[in-house]
Design a protein around this ligand. Structure first.
Ligand code: ZN
Length: 467
């Protein structure tokens, strides 16, 4: 149907041709991965993963028209492919959508004429489309030009989004309106640490977004006016951080106003500079506006820092951020109040007599696996996860450091309702076995797939037999 690659036509074999051919084969290999995944799901479709007991485990990962899959399929698929639960779930959903809703685009992937990330984006963006709308998107984006290249490989993703928007609006204007309402109800903003920076992702209303955009540019303009010549992107990032500190914005605007007036002394800007050098208990200005502003500024930030010392490397790190340098620590502490929390020694055994874990034990366990859920490849924060008895309390399991760990809600459900089992042969080490018999060692926030199976404890045998 299509001339799959340029190399077929040119055949000169220089480095770029070889690279292009490799890229085509990567796409084809991705398609083979999705086929194999769907084969696995089809083979296991008749086998419920959850134990009997009224747990409704069937759910639809993909869009309408795709078959339902066990809620816990992502638990088996994710770790087996080295993915988190959400990564496994997204992969299953995309593979189902490509097969059942976007077959022409999937054919392009099989031919190697489009990169996998592009059609996975389309799968995600059309997940809520009706079958007819998805079919239209499939047809339009897979349309080939004379050399056989599909449209999706010839335009940017912005243009792809326009086409998808057109399909949604033209085919069902009400649906487009409903979609906007639903999108509005799902607005959220997330901030998370990533490689020493904070990443932000989210959505705002159009009005809020426009106002925030203008506000950031306004602050950038002020910073530039005062001589800050860092790149525009960095200044917008700095500006966003300043929104959390009304007093520093106040200072900024005073400095700009003073500079615009062109006065060299006795300005607000100079006042700010001078009071920064004053001692804290300078007499005689107890009721001055400067003093009030200064007090507000010093109280504008309150930060709880979880600082850890790595005995092996002799370095300090901030929880959820990673290793920090001395200057970074100074920058953080320079404008923060500090809360010092008592150190919990991870090697100390903490125990309780009842079923409920005390806060100190929960805090200790939240730190045990580098701060994450102990399920293989899960990177959800343990601090907001559930406390779990490895051996059930009613079966004699104690409430202590050895028998406790922290699991995110999804994996707590998986451990409770499916044949997943966990053992902890030593503090800080967890051996997990999946219902299909795959074995993983989790420790220090890392997951290692182990060959073979581990011998089951009595509890694990009971769970597996009951499943
Ligand atoms: Zn988890």
């Amino acid at each position: 149907m299509r001339a799959a690659t340029l190399t077929d036509d040119v055949g000169s074999g220089d480095g770029l041709d070889v690279a292009l051919d490799a890229r085509r084969r990567i796409a084809q290999t991705e398609a083979a991965q999705y086929d194999a995944l769907l084969g696995y799901l089809a083979d296991t479709a008749g086998t419920p993963l959850a134990r009997a007991g009224g747990v409704n485990e069937w759910t639809r990962y993909g869009g309408s028209g795709t078959p339902s899959v066990s809620e816990y399929a992502a638990c088996e698929v994710g770790p087996a492919l080295g993915l988190s639960a959400s990564g496994g779930r997204d992969l299953i959903a995309d593979a189902l959508d490509l097969t059942y809703r976007l077959p022409q685009l999937f054919a392009c992937l099989h031919e190697g004429s489009v990169d996998a990330w592009r059609i996975r984006k389309v799968a995600r963006k059309t997940r809520r489309f009706t079958i007819a709308q998805a079919g239209d998107a499939d047809r339009r984006l897979a349309a080939a030009n004379v050399d056989g290249t599909p449209l999706i490989a010839r335009v940017g993703m912005g243009r792809v989004q326009q086409i998808l928007d057109q399909i949604r609006i033209v085919e069902d204007p009400d649906d487009a309106e409903n979609q906007r309402t639903e999108n509005s109800a799902r607005r959220s903003v997330s901030i998370w640490p990533d490689d020493g920076l904070a990443r932000i992702s989210g959505s705002l209303s159009l009005d809020d977004g426009e106002r925030l955009d203008q506000r950031l540019d306004q602050i950038v303009e002020s910073l530039r006016f005062l001589g800050d010549n860092r790149p525009h992107g960095i200044l917008r990032s700095v500006a966003l951080g300043m929104l959390d500190e009304p007093d520093s914005l106040d200072d900024l605007y005073h400095q700009v106003a003073a500079a615009r007036r062109g006065s060299g002394g006795g300005t607000d800007a100079d006042a700010d500079d001078s009071y920064a050098d004053q001692s804290a208990d300078e007499p005689g200005d107890g009721g001055s506006p400067e003093r009030a502003r200064r007090a507000r500024r010093s109280g504008s930030r309150h930060t709880v820092l979880y600082v850890h010392f790595d005995r092996c490397w002799g370095t300090w790190s901030l929880e959820d951020v990673g290793a920090i340098t001395r200057s970074e620590a100074l920058e953080i502490l320079g404008h923060s109040h500090i809360t010092v929390k008592p150190v919990i020694d991870l090697e100390t055994s903490i125990s309780a007599t009842g079923y409920v874990a005390p806060p100190r034990l929960k805090e200790q366990l939240a730190l045990m696996n580098a701060g994450t859920c102990t399920f293989p490849h899960c990177n959800r924060p343990a601090r907001i996860g559930d406390y779990d008895h490895i051996i059930n309390h009613r079966e004699g399991g104690t409430t202590d450091t050895r028998n406790g760990h922290r699991l995110c809600r999804y994996h707590h459900r998986a451990k409770t309702f499916t044949a997943w089992t966990v053992q902890s042969p030593a503090p800080g080490i967890w051996l997990w076995q999946s219902p299909a018999g795959r074995t993983y060692l989790v420790t220090g926030g890392t997951t290692t797939k182990l060959p073979g199976q581990i011998s089951r404890t009595a509890q694990a045998k009971r769970k597996h037999d009951a499943a």
